[in-house]
Design a protein around this ligand. Structure first.
Ligand code: GLP
Length: 246
């Protein structure tokens, strides 16, 4: 595992963008696994800048996103499709038909999960999967639970995730209670994993994920078994992990 400990959010974002850009430069038609949340926004900004300067092209890139809230339309301003359009896709030369996000409006969520898993499989899984970390150690929307779910599935969000995400909605009551997410198995099939973490409120999750026991109670801890993980964090997010490793 490679660890980049950067001094602040901006440096962390530039480093994460460089890892993504290296993937795209070395394989222009790669499959990028993308993530939402506030953490990757700075990296996406940097990628947009490099694209505008003509240094990086997404023209041949295919993308698969981790997850989507169940019940939100793609044009809802808190849907993950909308997030991806406004934070990345609308500003770079990626073809929208090459981008994939689960549908939050599917009448039959189980069928949509199966369809999405097949889409990712048909693309050969991600060459590089970007992951943020939930405060409870979740990845995608794989919440702490009794076992590691393999494939894309519908999940009930935990109260702590609903509360953490309530800041983006009018109230906690407006946060969807369910989501469709790639499974742990889907994520682990990516050839490379890039985890980004920023801020002191992630220090515990980072430490548990990479220093603690491998347990579905901390879904990100499974990443200890992946052969190619890069962790890019700022000093406050990595504080506890680095202290432990010192
Ligand atoms: C949501 C997403 C995750 C993300 C997490 C952390 O729950 N489903 O993929 O990693 O939020 O978000 P943030 O980066 O805003 O802390």
């Amino acid at each position: 595992m490679r660890i980049y400990c950067e001094k602040d959010y901006n440096a962390m974002s530039r480093r994460a963008a460089a890892v993504i850009a290296a993937q795209v430069v070395s394989k222009p038609d790669c499959v990028l696994g993308l993530a939402t949340g506030s953490t990757p926004i700075g990296a996406y900004k940097q990628l947009i800048e490099w694209n505008k300067q003509g240094d990086l092209s997404f023209a041949e890139v295919r993308s698969v996103n981790l997850d989507e809230y169940y019940g939100l339309a793609p044009d809802h301003d808190q849907s993950y499709r909308y997030f991806m359009q406004t934070n990345l896709f609308d500003h770079v030369d990626i073809a929208v038909e090459n981008t994939n996000v689960p549908s939050g409006l599917a009448a039959d969520p189980a069928a949509e999960c199966a369809r999405y898993e097949q889409v990712v499989a048909d693309l050969g899984y991600a060459d590089l999967q970007l992951l943020g970390l939930g405060r409870n150690g979740h990845i995608g929307f794989n919440e702490p639970c009794a076992d590691f779910p393999a494939a894309t599935h519908l999940v009930d969000l935990t109260q702590s995730t609903i509360e953490a995400n309530a800041r983006f909605f009018a109230s906690a009551d407006d946060v969807p209670k369910q989501a469709l997410t790639m499974g742990i198995g889907t994520i682990m099939k990516a050839r490379k994993i890039l985890v980004v973490a920023s801020g002191a409120d992630k220090a515990d999750a980072v430490w548990k994920a990479f220093s603690g026991p491998i347990t579905p109670e901390v879904p990100a801890s499974i990443l200890q078994l992946h052969p190619d993980v890069t962790l890019v964090g700022d000093e406050s997010a990595l504080a506890k992990l680095m202290e432990d490793k010192a």
